[in-house]
Design a binder for this molecule. Structure first.
Ligand code: PLP
Length: 388
């Protein structure tokens, strides 16, 4: 299916209050617009919903393993969209991405060894290594021409004899970068030279806002010795707005890496679920036209937000968002002691940069109807104007 009968109506407002939504229920009963946790306020792709409804028609929901369908759909999608081939045996299904990050960290080295990651970053990257007894080597990204990139000199300096793994967010949450092939090759070379494994979290890899200018390169496209030390984590969950279904997967080309990764499940990681498989297979098989329409809509939202801030609040710098629906805002010039609390007080719920390792920054989720974003921007500007 390449066309959709009707353009999806991303402008349509759906009331999510009272559905147990993490995003909305945090502020239940208060006039605070939630633009924090990373899910979108859009209905799912009709093909995904249909596949789930079909699965619901069978009345038993026992422990479920993947049938060949989801892997076939993933592999066909990867080949068509990202130009890479993989083998079904390389796939390890997981009940979410965070368990995958934990398994990657636990499968490299032994307790007391270290994981390197790049800050600011999605908070679990900072916690998961510690949860599995690993140390954290956090290296700040550096700014080059207004864009964040890897600071190889700082990485060399921070490395210790116990560093075993680099945990990469690709594209990067929260700075919105889509790493270029050259950047990824540089990182792969760094890993190989220092005998490090590379875990690439690509949950945002299909939310591309400028695919012509900033095309996505999956870790699976890397060649050479890095392939023996590579764990790629993917999911349909962010792109197709089904993160609550908890299904993701790892693709690990090397059998020994895969064996260690699976062993790290260690009785702690839950089963995968049948609706997650139905949604994932349908998304990769039939979701492409919907995904492209979504990315166009999100691009419009990003451009609107960037233009409003540049015009009415130039003291707040917004990083160029090449992928994701998350804007990373530098609000240090506003001189706020507690920026997230200040914006909450003015009716806007944003993610606190301090949780990502960057106090003075805020993350704004623009995965919502344009009119909701307009209201969010109105509140943002009001709050920004009401600073000490
Ligand atoms: C980079 C990244 N990885 C993982 C996750 C969480 O994935 P899951 O809900 O499947 O654990 C998120 C959610 O925002 C994310 O942004």
């Amino acid at each position: 299916m390449t066309a959709i009968a009707q353009e999806p109506d991303f402008d349509h407002i759906i009331d999510r209050r009272g559905t147990g939504s993490l995003k909305w229920d945090r502020y239940a009963g208060r006039d605070i617009l939630p633009m924090w946790v990373a899910d979108m306020d859009f209905a799912v792709c009709p093909a995904v919903l249909e596949a789930m409804q079909q699965r619901l028609a069978h009345p038993i929901f026992g422990y479920t393993r993947a049938t060949p369908g989801p892997a076939e759909a993933v592999l066909a999608y990867l080949e068509k969209t990202h130009g890479v081939t993989a083998d079904p045996s390389w796939i390890v299904w997981l009940p979410g991405m965070i368990p995958g990050l934990a398994m990657a960290a636990a499968s490299c080295g032994v307790p007391g060894d270290e994981v390197m990651t790049f800050t600011p970053v999605y908070p679990p990257f900072l916690h998961v290594p510690k949860d599995v007894g690993r140390g954290l080597v956090a290296v700040p990204l550096m700014l080059e021409g207004g864009r964040s990139t890897f600071d190889f000199a700082a990485m060399e300096a921070a490395l210790t004899p116990r560093t075993r793994l680099v945990m990469l967010c690709s594209p990067h949450n929260p700075v919105g970068r889509v790493w270029t092939r050259a950047e990824l090759e540089g990182l792969a070379d760094f890993c190989v030279r220092h005998h490090l494994a590379l875990c690439s979290d690509e949950i945002h890899g299909d939310l591309l806002l400028d695919p012509e200018r900033a095309p996505f390169t999956t870790g699976l496209a890397l060649t050479g010795p890095i392939r023996d030390r590579l764990i790629v984590l993917m999911a349909a969950s962010k792109t197709y707005n089904v993160p609550g279904l908890g299904l993701s997967f790892a693709i690990i080309p090397d059998p020994e890496m895969r064996r260690k990764f699976q062993a790290a499940k260690n009785g702690l990681v839950a089963e995968t679920n049948p609706l997650g498989f139905a949604a994932t297979e349908a998304a990769y098989r039939h979701g492409e036209a919907w995904r492209l329409a979504l990315c166009r809509y999100l691009r419009g939202n990003r451009d609107f937000l960037a233009a409003q801030l540049a015009k009415y609040c130039p003291q707040v710098a917004m990083a160029p968002v090449e992928a994701t629906y998350l804007a990373w805002l530098d609000v240090r010039a506003l001189g706020l002691a507690h920026p997230a609390a200040h914006f909450e007080k003015h009716g806007l719920g944003l993610s606190n940069g301090a949780d990502f390792g960057a106090p003075g920054f805020l993350r704004l989720n623009f995965g919502c109807p344009r009119s909701v974003l307009e209201e969010g921007v109105r509140r943002f500007l009001q709050a920004a104007a009401a600073t000490p």
